[in-house]
Design a protein around this ligand. Structure first.
Ligand code: AMP
Ligand code: ZN
Length: 112
């Protein structure tokens, strides 16, 4: 499968690792939108949240837990945002599910 984030997970495309465990890999976004911008992806390929079934609940929860753990490690005590862009209208550009963790500045709402 020609998937950018699968290649990052397997190491054939370089990335800056932030956190990893048996279920997920987290790395620095190449075009950071905030002082902290980390992508957390499942090791196993999954296109997006749109293909999530009930069986994926534990994995999706794990990704959010990992985001919280990274936020604590990065000292984001003032808060942060975890985002899952999904599909064309959601602004998803890489079709391997990922959580954006953004923090280190005040983030506006609503998003564009
Ligand atoms: P999305 O638009 O939600 O699908 O997010 C894809 C993200 O992947 C964007 O924030 C990109 O900056 C990021 N990205 C694309 N290529 C790379 C790469 N080689 N290493 C790290 N982040 C990347
Ligand atoms: Zn993939």
């Amino acid at each position: 499968m020609n998937c950018l984030f699968c290649k990052i997970v397997e190491g054939s495309i370089p990335s800056t690792a932030v956190y990893q465990d048996e279920l997920c890999y987290a790395f620095a976004d190449i075009h950071p939108q905030a002082p902290v911008h980390v992508l957390i992806v499942p090791r196993q390929h999954m296109d997006s949240m749109a293909s999530a079934g009930k069986d994926h609940g534990a994995l999706l929860g794990h990704l959010l837990w990992a985001a919280a753990e990274i936020a604590r490690a990065k000292g984001l005590a003032r808060g942060y945002r975890a985002v899952l862009n999904t599909g064309p209208d959601g602004g998803q550009t890489v079709d391997h599910l990922h959580v954006h963790l953004l923090g280190g500045r005040s983030l506006s709402w609503p998003p564009g």
